[in-house]
Design a binder for this molecule. Structure first.
Ligand code: ZN
Length: 224
């Protein structure tokens, strides 16, 4: 860690460049701090090492098996997503008739009960956002890791993922779960079964997936 800092420090003394044409020609040799826009010359890191910005301390880039590790995480998340949506997660009681339903069924029931806003929030945060992010990542990672090509529309896909994250997807996701639980407790009973546990595992996996920054994916793409 210290040796990297000092190497970057050495490099940065004469390599703190203003944005220039020269930079564009060798853009892959430079890295720009996302937080404070200082430009550093890129140096080779050993496996597991990470470079930090000298001015603000933000992470710049790292040399890990980021994408190789991300693919199994994404696949595991999708499996958990499928399981948590396939099994009943709540028990609804309507006019004395009890029935078990899935997360999506609960969303529909909330719509029917006139809780449209909560239904939409739950639908987006627990179903649509995570599913879109996971499918986009799966598409990108399979292209990069398995097919060894840059996927078509990758820039757009990564931008969409970034927008989801700017909106604080994980916080919204967790708040969505909380709201779901609170609102559902009033209306229906949660079944502590397969769907609930796989959903809990999915939440943990999503935290790990989101810990890989979009810029880290870009860095790996440039090496291909
Ligand atoms: Zn910085």
């Amino acid at each position: 860690m210290h040796s990297i800092d000092s190497e970057i420090a050495a490099a940065s003394e004469d390599q703190q460049l203003p944005a220039s044409e020269n930079m564009n020609q060798h853009a892959e040799n430079f890295v720009c701090c996302e937080e404070c826009d200082v430009v550093y010359k890129r140096i080779e890191l050993k496996k597991g090492e990470k470079a930090y910005c000298l001015r603000c301390g933000a992470g710049l880039y790292k040399n890990g098996r980021t994408l190789e590790q991300l693919l199994p995480l994404v696949i595991a998340s999708l499996i958990m997503f499928a399981i948590s949506n396939a099994y009943p997660i709540v028990q609804i009681e309507l006019q004395g008739i009890r029935s078990e339903t899935t997360l999506f069924g609960a969303v529909l029931a909330m719509f029917q009960e006139g809780r449209g806003l909560v239904a939409l929030l739950v639908l987006f945060t627990t179903i649509i956002f995570p599913l879109c992010e996971l499918l986009l990542l799966l598409y990108i990672l399979i292209s990069l890791n398995v097919l060894k090509t840059k996927p078509i529309g990758m820039a757009i896909a990564l931008r969409i993922i970034r927008v989801f994250r700017i909106w604080g997807m994980i916080e919204v996701f967790l708040i969505g779960v909380l709201v779901t639980l609170v609102k559902l407790v009033v209306m229906v009973t949660i079944i502590p079964g397969i769907a609930l546990w796989s959903f809990a595992i999915l939440t943990v996996l999503m935290v790990l997936v989101i810990s890989v920054k979009v810029s880290d994916i870009w860095d790996q793409v440039e090496k291909i």
